[in-house]
Design a protein around this ligand. Structure first.
Ligand code: CO
Ligand code: CO
Length: 327
């Protein structure tokens, strides 16, 4: 949903809370966290959406990887999940339904969690996703807004799933043309998140619907520092650059993200088509991690078996609370 609309709709609602709540939606973090006792906290998140690709089994897997991602971003371990599916009865395709649920189950199994059940609704437009629970020690929660001056920002997946799945939907690409994009969306953020356990991480989030700049601003908003973002260091899917350069197949979410965040960003001489990519809404995107500069090299070394590019894309600086795009 358009972040500005959502902001307006929820502004005056007071949600029930308690002193056991450690993180809730007022924190603009990835997931909510409630303390069970001094040793244990429960992390909760949910996500569901219409298919980004036609293959029902792969879509189920991608939706599950995406739903699990907030659990990993917060440093938690996935524990259990519930399916949510909206399905058009009038064109009931039992096999497609089964394959979506089976794909989701496969990813939840890979994450080491269990599926307890779910809920289905008749709807004109197919949508699928999961509510996921994770566990964490209350002192180990990784928040998204603790950036420290001198930290370095690391991104663990290329950008461009939004524009490429839009091109797919518009019929100018086949699923076989974007296999590397599908592989990236299928990949759990489990490994890069787990390996962070050995480092003094300042902040972590995952890149999803608000795009790289939207999620970076969530991390930076209200802090006493700024960020230099080195745009030439950011990994993109090659075809995403092609479509963006020609201003074709720009997702609606790109423009909404731009409108919502434009005041916080100094674009320098970065061209509009390139800015569009930085606002591109991601499905099952990578982690954006803020680490002390002295630990970055060691962390990247521990990811030597990781199949995607891990890039240093920015630095937290002593400046006005803004994002500065550096070419
Ligand atoms: Co998130
Ligand atoms: Co989410």
């Amino acid at each position: 949903m358009d972040p500005a609309l959502l902001d307006e709709a929820l502004r005056d609602i007071s949600f029930p809370g308690s002193e056991m709540v450690l993180v809730d939606s007022s924190d603009a973090d990835d997931a909510g966290v409630i303390k069970i006792n001094d040793e244990l906290a429960l992390v909760q998140t949910m996500d569901f959406f219409a298919p980004v690709i036609d293959d029902p089994y792969l879509f189920g897997q991608i939706a599950a990887a995406n739903a699990l991602s907030d659990i990993y971003a917060m440093g938690a371990r996935p524990l259990s999940a519930l399916n949510m599916i909206c399905f058009p009865d009038d064109q009931l395709d039992v096999e497609a339904f089964r394959l979506i649920i089976e794909g989701g189950a496969e990813k939840v199994r890979e994450a080491g969690a269990v599926i307890l059940g779910g809920h289905s609704v008749t709807d004109n437009e197919l949508k699928y996703g999961l509510a996921v629970n994770g566990t964490i020690h209350p002192d180990a929660i990784r928040l998204n807004h603790n950036l420290k001056i001198g930290d370095v920002l690391i991104l663990t997946k290329p950008i461009g799933t939004g524009i490429l799945t839009t091109a797919l939907k518009n019929g100018v690409l086949d699923e076989s043309d974007i296999s590397e994009v599908i592989e990236s969306m299928l990949l759990l953020n489990k490994e890069p998140a787990r390996l962070l356990d050995n480092f003094d991480i300042s902040a972590c989030t995952d890149i999803t619907g608000y795009g790289l700049l939207g999620h970076l601003w969530e991390m930076l908003n209200g802090l006493d520092c700024g960020v230099n973002l080195y745009v030439e260091k950011i990994p993109f899917f090659e075809q995403a650059i092609h479509f963006a350069r020609n201003s074709h197949h720009i997702p609606g979410g790109t423009l909404a993200n731009q409108k919502f965040n434009i005041d916080h960003i100094k674009f320098g001489d970065i061209e509009v088509w390139y800015q569009n990519l930085l606002f591109d809404p991601q499905t099952s995107g990578g982690l954006l991690i803020s680490l002390p500069k002295g630990q970055v090299e060691e962390y990247i070394k521990t990811l030597s078996d990781y199949p995607l590019p891990v890039a240093i894309i920015g630095e937290v600086i002593d400046s006005e609370n803004k994002i500065y795009l550096m070419s």
